[in-house]
Design a protein around this ligand. Structure first.
Ligand code: ADE
Length: 241
């Protein structure tokens, strides 16, 4: 794949900050008009980079996490920038029982699923799950030594039993709040898309998810930046992915 325009979609500023600093990106005010997503642009070697962060909710004054802001950010980013490749960079939860550890980096595998869209009517049941494709990250994972996993998306940080049951059924290994929504928009535009996820919390550990997430967000965001840099450097060197 020839990548001269690369878009990184990141939900939270805490996740994006190390990346923005590392690549010396510059914030572009008003890039998306009055909409909340924030744009940071720059170049690395022969690649033009756009990082889009979801922004803040004007009413609640918190970072816009979840699938609606993700859908909006992906749509406006593609419309405005027309990238050759989109990488979703973010943090996520995983499961100790699958051998995951905090700080692990995962690349998306096969497809993205939703675990909280329960519509038990034929046709809509499979729509609910989604299964939107990931760009095949096998070559990248093998070359750079990252794990691969099926990413499962929902709009909650916690995991009630009904969600856990679905996650087990659909083979979800990495749990986030945006990826499947982004993958859906990317698939509509036929833009290659994959995720890089750094693990902040283990859903089957003793601690609460929110406690572990906040405790590990900074370190995981640094690991995320390192992984994104390694991947972008690999692409910029002209390796086929
Ligand atoms: N982001 C980081 N950890 C998460 C989790 N456990 N669930 C959903 N999104 C997350």
């Amino acid at each position: 794949m020839n990548v001269s325009k690369l878009c990184l979609l990141v939900a939270m500023p805490a996740e994006a900050k190390p990346l923005i600093q590392h690549f010396n990106l510059v914030q572009q005010d008003g890039y998306f008009g009055k909409l909340p997503p924030l744009a940071y642009t720059g170049h690395y070697r022969n690649i033009e980079i756009l990082v889009v962060v979801n922004g803040q909710d004007p009413q609640h004054h918190v970072d816009l996490v979840g699938t609606q802001p993700a859908t909006l950010a992906a749509q406006v980013a593609i419309e405005r920038f027309n990238p050759d490749l989109i990488i979703n960079a973010g943090t996520a939860g995983a499961f100790a029982r699958n051998g995951s550890r905090i700080g692990d980096v995962y690349l998306s595998h096969q497809h993205f699923v939703f675990h909280d869209r329960r519509i038990p009517i034929p046709g809509w049941d499979t729509y609910g799950i989604g299964r939107y494709p990931s760009y095949d990250t096998t070559a990248l994972a093998n070359a750079l030594g990252y794990k691969q996993g099926i990413i499962t998306t929902g709009n909650s940080l916690d995991m009630p039993a009904i969600d856990e049951q679905t996650i087990n059924q659909i083979g979800g290994q990495v749990k986030d709040m945006e990826a499947a929504a982004l993958a859906w928009v990317a698939s509509l535009h036929e833009v290659p898309f994959f995720s890089v996820k750094s693990i902040t919390d283990l859903m089957d550990s003793e601690k609460t998810t929110q406690e572990e997430f906040l405790e590990n967000l900074h370190a995981a965001s640094e690991a995320l930046k390192d992984a994104c840099f390694t991947i972008i450097d690999y692409i910029a060197e002209g390796n086929d992915i």
